[in-house]
Design a binder for this molecule. Sequence first.
Ligand code: PPE
Length: 316
Amino acid sequence: MLQPTEKIWYNGKLIPWNDAKIHVLSHVVSYGSSVFEGIRCYLTDRGPAIFRGIDHVRRLLDSAKIYRMEIPFTADQLLSAMVETVRGNGLESCYIRPIVLRGYGDVGVLPRNNPVETYIAAYPWGRYLGEEAINDGVDVCVSSWNRIAPNTLPALAKAGANYMNSQLIRMEAAINGYAEGIALDEAGYVSEGSGENIFVIRDGKVFTPPLGASVLPGITRDSIVKVAQQLQIPIVETIIPRELLYIADEVFFTGTAAEVTPIRSIDRIPVGAGHRGPITERIQSRYFEVVHGKTGDDFGWLTFISSVRDPEPVTA
Ligand code: PPE
């Protein structure tokens, strides 16, 4: 269950959690017109730090641009707003959820007079696929639902509407006793999980589907590519046929929420030895070191809450 915190940032200032409400006839409710982000803030030796905040802000602005939504804040303002939200709630490690939506105004699909509203919430959020998932791995299926097809809903945008597809995948998996579903793209190649990117390992090489396979351009996906390169583990973006999943040595999911989650079986076929494999473990443990600031932030991915000053108060 969601753990409420005190304040939510709304269009430039912090408001009480319970006041962050919208009207049921807001455009977003009928038409799914929102773009959003999910970011983690981790506790490090130098206090809480937002992981890859500016990269998430950039993707938020990209998502909004695709949907012709004008966000009246700069990237720097949005990053400071995330810091303000974490600080204003006295949080250490937490999940940050910016949401930009089309609000109340016109009825009908064409959003002519619907304000674009920006919210940022922050709250504690534990392991996405269960406490044991990180070490033990999860049992997943290939979904009977495909991922959104090219030129239908844009997969590079992290838009609320895309998650209707994710819900179908995730609910079907849950009903059949799986932790998650892997969706194939329109052509039948491996795409991603309902809320995670996927990596497949065979013979010491790591593969992940390219952006053209209807995947979200995951920030964790990008982090893993860079971490693997640093560890000198060969990694390539390429289309992946479904059956490679069944004969892989190792498979894992990545995502802000899922972090690096090993997959131990797919459609009841054990992946490799049926538990987390050695390459996954190396990448995963380096990832956790990086997000917790144990590697000296050599990629410059951490925004330390304590090193950002509060914005100057706006005077009329
Ligand atoms: N694919 C999808 C469809 C997706 O939703 C996510 C994030 C990813 C890939 C990984 O992207 P990134 O977080 O930038 O590495 N899914 C979010 C959780 C969705 C949910 O609210 O549930 C997340 O991990 O924050």
